[in-house]
Design a protein around this ligand. Sequence first.
Ligand SMILES: *Cc1c(COP(=O)(O)O)cnc(C)c1O
Ligand code: SF4
Length: 382
Amino acid sequence: MPVEFLNHKGLFLLMRIKMNENSVNWHSWQWQVSNSIFSTRQLKMLLGDSPWAELPQKVEKIYPVKITPYYLSLVDPDDPNDPIARQSFPDIEEIETEVVQDSSEDPLNEHEHMVLPGLIHRYPDRVLLLAAHECAVRCRHCNRKRTWRRPEAIRNMEQIDEVCRYLREHPDIREVILSGGDPLMLPLEFLEQMLRKIKEVSSVEVIRIGTRVPVTLPMKITEGLVDLLKRYRPLWVNTHFNHPLEITKWSRRACEMLLCAGIPVSNQTVLLKGVNDRTAVLKELFTTLQAMMVRPYYLFQCDKVMGTDHFRVPLSIGIEIMEDLWCKIGGLCMPKFVVDLPEGGGKALTMPRHLLAIHEGEAIFRTLEGRKVRYLEPAGSD
Ligand SMILES: *Cc1c(COP(=O)(O)O)cnc(C)c1O
Ligand code: SF4
């Protein structure tokens, strides 16, 4: 029975949806998709007298709402600081900060590096393909919010052929990253054809899929999908957990299925105000992910994207958290803290500073405990 997967709040929601248990096919991703929440009105109705029910109506006109029943069931409607709600419920700040801040729709200048529709070639050896338009849940902090109303993703096989032609003309490209949108929301035949065509380009060594499906719609990771993906190895899946509450038996199972098929799973987290901007939260997230064999890869500073400004925290908070965690949790739990620079500057590492000075064959380091330690360079260096 699906009910066993619902907490009491989820059940409460279920009642409001006026569904009976028998009509709920919780483990079916098709059911999840067709029963997703698509409007603020619907969301308000489900929330009843929860503190979250005061949702603004006008945000969805600019930034639509989309939440799977599964992801919604993780929300504790009585918690006004609920991190799942904050990531998925419309917030008036999305449209208000837009006016006062100088945030841009495309601060990373993806358009400037778009060599073909949907194909971004920013770094020498890898390209990012906007392979899909849809996502299971519209994350309020999405850094490609601009594409929600104006899709930029490729749509047909002809475009994929063009992409493959570009790849053949640029044999230095050894990795193709499928992003979007969420490539795992594509119809399987389309996904398969795309993977096959890309794989046929002999200079492409690795395919990476960026997907939030394991977090927002984990039942989409089916045996059929995993069988398909594993035929295109070496293939990496990079997912997007932001909070320990997103780790459930469902999301664990999704990651486990991928891992058991020989598909490594890594994770990128976005540092988000009011969601995960505390050491204890990120410590639990990173260590739990490592225990699931999902490697924390990047912690991203939230980009200066229009409609997400209320999620940004000062860089110093991220650095402080990384400092707090450094060496206290294992290196395999530690992501790199990265800022994707404005004006298309690319990714920049932002880490605590342990090397204080280096001069005339001598380096001064700061230890974990704050002590200074001298390190002598090999003789003859300066
Ligand atoms: C982030 C990004 C990549 C991938 O970079 P990695 O450091 O390999 O994760 C590739 N292309 C673009 C345009 C990107 O923004
Ligand atoms: S899953 Fe990724 S691309 Fe889709 S809305 Fe969320 S952050 Fe944006």
